[in-house]
Design a protein around this ligand. Sequence first.
Ligand code: IPT
Length: 975
Amino acid sequence: MPPTGVRAPRSAVPGTDAAAVALDGDWRFRLFPTADTGVDPADPGDGWGSVPVPGHWQLAGAPDAWPHGRPAYTNVLFPVPVDPPRVPRDNPTGEYRRAFTVPAGWRDDGRVVLRFEGVDSWFEVAVNGRVLAQSHGSRLPTEVDVTDALGEGPNLLAVRVTQWSAHTYLEDQDQWWLSGIFRDVTLLHRPAGGVEHVTLHAAYDHATGEGVLRVAVEPARPDAVVEVPELGLRTRAGEEVRARVEPWSAESPRLYDVLVRTAAETVTLRAGFRTVEVVGGVLTLNGAPLKLRGVNRHEFEPTRGRAVTRATMLADVLDMKRHHVNAVRTSHYPPHPHFLDLCDEHGLYVVDENDLETHGFEPLGWRGNPTDDPAWEPLLVDRVTRMVRRDAHHPSVVMWSLGNEAGAGCNVGAMAAAVRALDASRPLHYEGDWSSEHVDVYSRMYPTSEETALIARGEEAPLPDATLDARRRVMPFVLCEYAHAMGNGPGGLTEYLDLVDEHARLAGGFVWEWFDHGIATRTADGEPYFGYGGDFGEELHDGTFIADGLLLPDRTPSPGLVELAAAYAPVRVRATQAPRTLELRNRYAFTSTAHARLVWTLVADGAVLAEGELDDVLAPGERREVRADDVLGDRLDALLADLDPTAAAWWVLRAVPRGDDPGFPAHLGLGAGQVLVRAPVPPPRATGKAVPTAGGWRVGPVELDATGRPVRVGGAAVRLARADAWRAPTDNDRIRSWYDAVGDGEAWERAGLGRLHERVDDVRAEDGAVVVTSRVAGAATDCGLRVRTTWRTVDERTADLVVELTPEGRWPGTVARLGWLLALEQPHAGGVRVDWTGLGPGESYADSHLAALAGRWQHTVDELQTRYTHPQENGARRGVTRAVLGLADGPLTLTAGEVRVAHRTVPGLELTARPWSDRALAEARHPHELVPDGALWLHLDAVQHGLGSAACGPGVQADAAARPAPATLQVRLRA
Ligand code: IPT
């Protein structure tokens, strides 16, 4: 049954002069084990405890105490028997109480109304002992007219909230199960003759430059007047007016105040003039193709759950803008209404999603799915109606979404019809029914880039129904979820974004997801950490799948978010096939690049050899190729000729904002990219001689024992040195993609890469060099790497190391890395300063390096680590030609020489430095479990496997995969 005793849903306008009183604060509270609490709604709850409203009762007291149950995480599975519409007897139920007084004068005219913005999951409202309403739809508002139940003095408000209800079956979103009154509660005065509901239509006619405004009010009132002071407009409600306006877009979110007046009330709205339309199979805004560079956002804070503060909403919006995100899907429910005000104001395109997900029916073959049961139709229609009525006045909302992962069925059509009856001005979205029968865009989650390319060209596999197929084939395509940002990742963004740039049918998409939902908690010893599924004693849980965001729980942008900023940048800068050439592309739909300086630098060996600025402005959508030779002329070759031949030279171009910089990642600005203009030439092989010693040899600063094992490098003792092919699996390595028979992590396990042992076959001095022949292989396997390690003296302080790896035997799939591992005893490894020339400043991987620019960068080893909520491989820096490590007894300089993989030369090596081993990293469940072990663990790699998105979506693409192949790594060590 839809809610009972409630008022008709209405618009959540940002302003009104009708009075309101916030009822936020501490409410009396008591938790009961079943819904049948036996407490009289007239019972004032004297002597009970209290919880904050808004808030979730499970988190009241967190992270120090959990007096009212604990959070629980499942993604798809229901935490209750699937027995709709019934729920178990064990049903935590909160009784809330608080007193309120009605301000003087409110009762002289009009009504007194209680408004709840969100209560999870079912609740009953009583005032002064009188039960007035029952409601549900956790992320939707409920209004209850309490006028007739009011007394003279303070009134007693009683709210009973159950954790589980029939509606749980509609709210199976991938998030923590958290209950209670988690959004604001307000007491409203609704004056007689006021403006109950506003329908704002503010279109933009891009052919004439005119805005078209029509504001209707409910109930209809002849005295209702509409004013837009800035445009000098004054008209009657319901009438259409036109005026020249500046249009609204995410690029320039121009808003106009609109006042709607009756004698009793003045309501303020902010109109943004814009028209969203599907034209010839292309999603457009104000006549230009609309490309959504989006993220999926759940509402979340580590100590407050979904009871997010306004400060957090603003922080989310600003962090999105800083990282060049222009769109947000409110996965998977309508957000707090204030979030949409912020999207209007700061400029984000919003796909507003209904509070509907029935995913837990999928494992049952969708048996009993409410989406396909007419008995549930009124409930589903009620939800979507409440969303549209609440939010339709927002210019930021460019699409309605009927829900997420709720399967197909008759109620999809019913919801679509209900939305269209209320608002025909926006396209409809729903991914759960691939026929797209009832919607206006074709949407999918996690397809491969190959399938996306087929769809881009309209060559996708046909639907069985020819009519539906013909209809869908000419729809714009949206990736409602792609690039799963779980742990270290996503890799492979450009595969999708290049298609979006090239194909009109592709309207872009939304990365999954914005935030890691780690819950702030503590160990028994009081050590703080962010918990994920299983950390709260859940009997059923989905572990780390809740930690799949672009922001870490403490709001630190993950390297994935910085990469996304580079991938979504409005000014795209890319190397082309042509030598020494960059392509610039203005991705803005309405804005030229006049607000950006196009600054270039020629960098080599960590130094800027030349710099300048392109005197150029690109019109919206314009692209252009620029050649370093044209820009630098003869200077280019002259500068390169003077250069140390072992240095790589890069031409780097940045679009730097001229005016306000809202805090874009500093090295990226509005977009950046680079092209290698000269590859490094390896230094000639050293000819100095190894010196025999009592126990082995001395090669420059390196002491080798009689078996050829390095025991000392300069002043530092060696804990371990050998070839390596493993890494601490990322979440994407651990979880097999739907598209692969075997996951990468499992393939490495089978190949024994995580348990490598070395067999030494031969050690000899040859031409003054020490040459060690060995084989590195994993226990229980017969595949391995033949290794030839050659040590040569350069001078007293410098040694040349060449490691040649050749795979032997039958190898499965991929390898994590091919390189050399060196662990040096170093008591304060975390504080060691690393000064490197190569790509930076953040980490980079084979399929995630748009944000990494050539230059010289410095971090301590601690700063090189990314503390993922679930520890895993992180922190690699690619293209490193030189690194200076500030070790305890003096600097150690590493210079890359020849680096070859599968007979291809690579500019520089991949460097990783940690204060703990990969084994420890792989075994830690939470970052605080990682303790420095007194050594500095260095990986010098010829290649490392890419990241991919296998945890949910496709794995690493062929061009970013590390395969068992011959590899050579030459490194010069100077101590
Ligand atoms: C997809 C869900 O829509 C999203 O909510 C999230 O759970 C994501 O997966 C994984 O993190 S559904 C999945 C089965 C494709």
